[in-house]
Ligand binder design. Structure first.
Ligand code: ZN
Ligand code: ZN
Length: 204
């Protein structure tokens, strides 16, 4: 598995490109912003995305979706149903942003669901707390944690849909995952599960 990280947008959000299983195919996790940067990166490597996976429904993780869906017409977007609101628009900092619901070809995902994309077997863990529909994606030796778990830190719970008690349970669940994985968070540096179990004050 090859994992490439692009840091995009005004919140320095991590976008991941996963490839290496089926020639010319890849998965995009959290195409945060700058669709043109993502497109160029894929085209240079002769990669076609098979799907977009969203770790949760915050706009700073999906601003590139509309333009990517113009380039790759049927590109499906997987997101937990609880982070697909009824409204097609949201307001923040005096600006209007689309919600996940506004995009075509959105597919709701649930706890324990298995996906097979670009040759990879992907397992969905529902880990609410940062948002109601936050998920982790387990792909081979990689754990894509979105804004639930960061390097030595965790995501905020004070946004709409955030919940401290749920976050606590989600983190406990993560701390009980056996074995070691590379942890690819939604912001900041990549880490490992074993390092977080040892040094992350929220996982101890
Ligand atoms: Zn977030
Ligand atoms: Zn974020």
């Amino acid at each position: 598995m090859k994992v490439q990280r692009l840091v995009l947008g005004m919140f320095n959000t991590n976008c991941y490109i996963i490839s290496g299983k089926v020639l010319g195919k890849c998965i995009l996790i959290d195409p945060a912003d700058d669709a043109e940067v993502i497109r160029k990166c894929l085209v240079q490597q002769n990669l076609v995305p098979e799907a977009i996976l969203l770790t949760h429904g915050h706009y700073d993780h999906f601003l590139a979706v509309p333009k990517l869906q113009e380039v790759w017409k049927e590109l499906p977007v997987y997101c937990h149903s609880l982070d697909c609101p009824k409204e097609k628009e949201q307001y923040d900092m005096g600006m209007v942003f689309q919600t996940v619901t506004a995009f075509p070809n959105v597919r709701g995902i649930e706890e324990g669901q298995k996906l097979e994309l670009a040759g990879f077997n992907i397992t969905v863990y529902h880990t609410p707390g940062h948002t109601k529909g936050s998920v982790l994606f387990l792909v081979e030796d990689g754990l894509f944690t979105g804004d639930t778990l960061f390097c030595r830190s965790i995501g905020r719970t004070d946004f709409a849909g955030g919940d401290d008690a749920q976050m606590y349970l989600s983190l406990r669940r993560i701390s009980e995952i056996k074995g070691d994985y590379n942890v690819y968070p939604g912001h900041e540096e990549v880490t490992t599960l074993s390092a977080e179990k040892r040094y992350n004050p929220y996982l101890k």
